[in-house]
Design a protein around this ligand. Structure first.
Ligand SMILES: [Zn+2]
Length: 335
């Protein structure tokens, strides 16, 4: 069995635009504690940071394993490996020193990477990508991210940002993207983009007007809502076919909010993939939903030598003190 460099359990954090999840991952890559809380909407940088600390303490509150390190997955882009984050779907954090702040807060060696890269590591360790050398992991949620393992090695890229499949162009005449480009996968397939497209095409929400309500409308037979999810699936399937041709992939694991609408998206996703996958080696690529634990297991996996380059980021010195359990917090904070 592969063990962490520290031989102990790892505290893990997954920062998303909708929720923040934290957990404790054992040396055997099992998620043994879990807590989740909503990402506060429209909050300032410090409130977001406090939420991250809160959910980490919640995960620690029931934990009995000695924790030796902290691994973080966060939406991109970021200055890596230093960990100043600027997630497109969390506007209040621009060059926010998330890694340094949490390292100081918890007194643990701390590593950070893109959340989709963490999901990819989790899938490689414990999910559909186990035993495979060429895989793509995707997070499709309020943003769209990706991570790559090629020839058995995690691909970092020249600035740590390799795998940004969300900004692969799938429709050159498509909508403007948050990144400033046009027709990126993210501009079409992220949850809020589905809602925007549905509204433009006449869908009138009765409630929250978010992607969850849109999914409900699609399941109730609303044709515009149904078409919005189909359009999303087509865009994701097209991007996967291109990626599989470029990288000779064995499998693609998809996680994030999209997994709650898999019934609405996967048929058109597979259709688009089959349409665009002409070559036999491309057709072989398997597309599956990622394990729900993959993001946190992969964030902890950043402490495995195989997923981290030798030139390490400056880390705080290891300490013997363990973070104080925060017993007053409930472990599961919502949903
Ligand atoms: Zn873009």
């Amino acid at each position: 069995m592969i063990t962490t460099s520290f031989g102990g359990a790892t505290l893990a954090l997954d920062v998303g635009g909708t929720k923040m999840a934290a957990g404790v991952v054992s040396a055997g890559h099992r998620l043994v504690e879990y807590a989740v809380t909503p990402t506060p909407v429209g909050a300032d940088a410090e409130t977001l940071y406090d939420t991250a600390v809160f959910v980490l303490n919640a995960a620690l509150s029931a934990n009995s394993l000695p924790v030796a390190a902290l691994g973080i997955g966060c939406g991109g882009p970021m200055a890596w490996p230093l960990g100043d984050v600027s997630p497109l779907n969390i506007p209040a954090w621009r060059d926010f020193p998330l890694r340094d702040r949490l390292a100081e807060e918890f007194g643990l060696p701390t590593r950070i990477h893109n959340d989709a890269i963490c999901l990819t590591i989790g899938e490689h360790l414990m999910g559909a990508g186990q035993g495979q050398d060429n895989i793509l992991g995707m997070v499709v949620s309020t943003g769209v991210g990706g991570g790559l393992i090629a020839d058995g090695r995690l691909v970092h890229g020249s600035s740590g940002n390799a795998g940004h499949i969300g900004h692969v162009v799938v429709d050159p005449t498509g909508p403007i993207c948050e990144c400033g480009g046009r027709g990126c996968l993210e501009a079409i397939a992220r949850g809020p983009a589905l809602v925007d497209w549905a509204r433009l095409n006449g869908w009138e929400p009765a409630g929250s007007g978010d992607a969850v309500e849109l999914a409900g409308a699609a399941r109730a037979g609303d044709p515009v809502a149904t078409a919005a999810f189909r359009r999303c699936g087509t865009a994701v399937g097209t991007a996967i076919a291109s990626s599989a041709a470029l990288l000779d992939l064995q499998s693609v694991s998809i996680g994030g909010g999209i997994s709650h609408a898999a019934d609405l998206i996967l048929p058109s996703l597979y259709d688009a993939f089959r349409r665009h996958a002409g070559l036999r080696f491309v057709q072989r690529c398997r597309i599956v939903l990622a394990s729900p634990d993959a993001g946190l297991i992969g964030a902890a996996g950043l402490f495995l030598d195989q997923y981290w380059p030798e030139a390490d980021a400056p880390s705080p010195p290891p300490v013997t003190r363990l973070p104080e359990p925060a017993g007053k917090h409930p472990r599961i904070l919502l949903q």
